[in-house]
Design a protein around this ligand. Sequence first.
Ligand code: DX5
Ligand code: ZN
Length: 234
Amino acid sequence: MAAIEPVQIAASILSADFCRLGEQVEEAMKAGIHLIHVDVMDGLFVPNLSLGPDVVKALQPLRKKYTAEIHAHLMITDPDRYINDFVRAGADGIIVHVEACPHLFQTIRSIRSLGARPGLAINPATPLTMLEEILAEVDLVLIMSVEPGFGGQEFIRTSLDKIARLHGLLDNHHLDHVKIAVDGGINLSIAAAVVRAGAHILVAGSEIFNSRAPVNENIKALFTTIRALRLNIH
Ligand code: DX5
Ligand code: ZN
């Protein structure tokens, strides 16, 4: 079992009520979220369309007020075309897909040279060996635990083993600076297992933004689950 480190929750705004986006993001930040995850889809790399740099720009006042970070998760073909736009819009982290980038060293280095944190996302069926050579260059690996494209899908259980193997790989290579984020299907029932497997960041969309309970209550419940786990371990 991986050592339990402080775990962050990133709020994926894909499931937010877009009519009240600012209000909901502020509620999330007041509830202790310091990481906002913006899903960008082009209808080609994934079969859905979603958000662009203007949304990252619109969230800047909240980002500054609550000293939060915004990560743009680019589920798009040829993401190099848009990296500059997202950095200029105020994204702190840019996450590209290993499946979408034939020249990863170039892409990752250009993200860093523009002043943002580079992250690398990997689809559920893509083996970890695809990113082994470039692990040292990134700040974050985003393990997709659903097929990218839509919120509200069921967590793919084989992701737990993949998270643990990535944790081992990072340990073996002494890459403590690389954070493991897990995206898709995170809910109260699976959160503990994901943290136990070695995740540092849980990306949650529909578990935070839903009609069951207010955003702050949903976030509180997730933090409580994670904290309870940490207490049990130590
Ligand atoms: C899926 C996106 C996720 C999505 C997660 O393609 O990358 O960030 O918002 O949504 P939930 O938490 O509902 O699975
Ligand atoms: Zn995402």
